[in-house]
Ligand binder design. Structure first.
Ligand code: ATP
Ligand code: MG
Length: 458
């Protein structure tokens, strides 16, 4: 877990334990990973409390198949380390134990306390909390979690489920309810708003009214959330199999403005509906790839989310007289820097995005040499996949995308022959609203054919 150390005031939250015995819930040990079971049993045999907790319990109760299993215990990380040779301690702020079984990593966390009463191991230097090992009781551990349905504990001692905050009933009613006062919990950690949107979309749950209402006022707190954390959360939201649903939910929640302001603005502009279709198609395609077990890259996702802004700004720059290739280069860079103030975009993805974008105008140039040069470009495939999405923008783009699809299916000789008919320096069949180079300065065209555009892509 990766949330701040602030926790709710336990006095403000009603805690009442309810035990759901093994024969009254649907969790079966055969659905729990072998690694998690081994950790639970070993802790229990050594005399510690050991529970499966969080998303895994929630998903098992819903009949799903959790991808990771988190464990909560009253054993300290050092105790855990003594019990497992395959264990490493991680985390500086709050120490966690990772027990490793081949591919599987089981995260074991000691019950976390609610406040610093001096009993814990808290190290504060210059006002910053460097280590925050304030251990607590299971009740305290439950109430500092975000949603009631995320605070259910499966007890390995008797296979019962323990509920301290009403999560079992909320799960039944399919509602996400924050533990404690929503405004306070969002102020402690604004990313919880995005978690609400993401989990509601993924689980097809409703967000409780009092957990939805603060979005309008508190959404802007996300402007100050750490960009690296928002990057992680964005991937969980949009690149984990439920991207299309999550994006719609994010837009509806109003939080898109705070996390992807450039996207929100582009959707509100002229042509917003076509752009929405492009985003929908891109996310649906990504979801389908994930469902088929294929790889997906954050570069493609962010290239989609920022395309509206890139396109509009290039148009503006060109209208102002900036040379076309320079405009593409400059705008690509600017848009990424602007977005990275909110959501971090690691450099390696930023570079791929810039290439995908700056190659787009080159699809509109269909002179023989240029076509073959573009096809040989190392980033051609990614840029072409992006072009296919752009087919949603206009009939002219759909036609262009189709042309390139056919071009790839045509033999080299066949294509060469077809293209010989197109004059080298002409502007062959450019879509009307194209932002490709329209006319090059006369002087550069005299004599030899103009050299192909060289953006920052080669
Ligand atoms: P997913 O299915 O996406 O993994 P999850 O609920 O398991 O959903 P994790 O990020 O794996 O999400 O977190 C595990 C558990 O840690 C949550 O179920 C919740 O109990 C707690 N948690 C995570 N993030 C926060 C947060 N920001 N504030 C409070 N509790 C949190
Ligand atoms: Mg999880």
């Amino acid at each position: 877990m990766n949330e701040p150390a602030t926790n709710p005031d336990p006095a403000a939250i009603a805690v009442k334990m309810r035990v759901i015995p093994r024969d009254q819930h649907r969790i079966s040990r055969k659905d729990i990973s072998s690694g998690a079971l081994r950790v639970l049993y070993r802790l229990n045999e050594a005399g510690y409390a050991a529970y499966l907790v969080g998303g895994a319990v929630r998903d098992l109760l819903l009949g799903g198949h959790p991808k990771d299993f988190d464990i909560a215990t009253d054993a300290t990380p050092e105790d855990v380390k003594r019990l497992f040779r395959n264990c490493r301690l991680i985390g500086r702020r709050f120490r966690l134990a990772h027990v490793v079984f081949g591919q599987e990593i089981v995260e074991v966390a000691t019950f976390r306390g609610s406040s610093d009463d001096g009993s814990g191991d808290r190290h504060v230097v210059d006002g910053r909390i460097l280590r925050d090992n304030v251990y607590g009781t299971i009740e305290e551990d439950a109430i500092r979690r975000d949603f009631t349905v995320n605070a259910l504990y499966y007890d390995i001692a008797d296979f019962s489920v323990r509920d301290y905050v009403g999560g079992y009933d909320d799960l039944d009613a399919r509602v996400l309810r924050l533990i404690g006062d929503p405004v306070q919990r969002y102020r402690e950690d604004p990313v919880r708003m995005l978690r609400a949107v993401r989990l509601a979309a993924k689980l097809e749950f409703a967000i409780a009214a009092d957990a939805r209402e603060p979005f309008a006022d508190l959404g802007e707190l996300l402007l100050h959330a750490p960009p690296a954390r928002l990057f992680d959360e964005s991937l969980k939201m949009l690149l984990a199999g439920n991207g299309a649903k999550s994006f719609r939910a994010l837009e509806r929640s109003g939080l898109l403005d705070d996390v992807f302001p450039l996207t929100a603005r582009a959707l509100a502009f002229r042509g917003g509906e076509q752009y929405r279709a492009l985003i929908e198609a891109g996310l649906a395609g990504t979801d389908a790839r994930i469902a088929q077990g294929k790889s997906v890259t954050p570069a493609f996702l962010f290239a989609i989310l920022l395309w509206g802004a890139v396109r509009a700004q290039v148009e503006r720059e060109v209208a102002r007289g900036t040379e076309v290739n320079l405009a593409w280069q400059r705008v690509s860079h600017q848009v990424i820097s602007e977005q990275a103030k909110h959501v971090a975009i690691p450099r390696r993805f930023g570079l791929v995005m810039q290439e995908m974008w700056t190659l787009q105008p080159r699809f509109e140039q269909r002179q023989k040499k240029r076509v073959f040069r573009l096809m040989a470009h190392p980033r051609f495939r990614a840029a072409y996949d992006f072009l296919l999405l752009r087919a949603a923008e206009s009939p002219a783009m759909a036609e262009l995308a189709q042309w390139w699809t056919q071009a790839q299916e045509t033999s080299h000789e066949g294509l060469a022959e077809q293209l010989s008919a197109i004059p080298e320096a002409g502007d062959a069949a450019l879509p009307a609203e194209s932002v490709a180079p329209k006319k090059r300065p006369r002087s550069r065209r005299r004599g030899k054919p103009a050299s192909p555009p060289r953006a920052a892509v080669e």
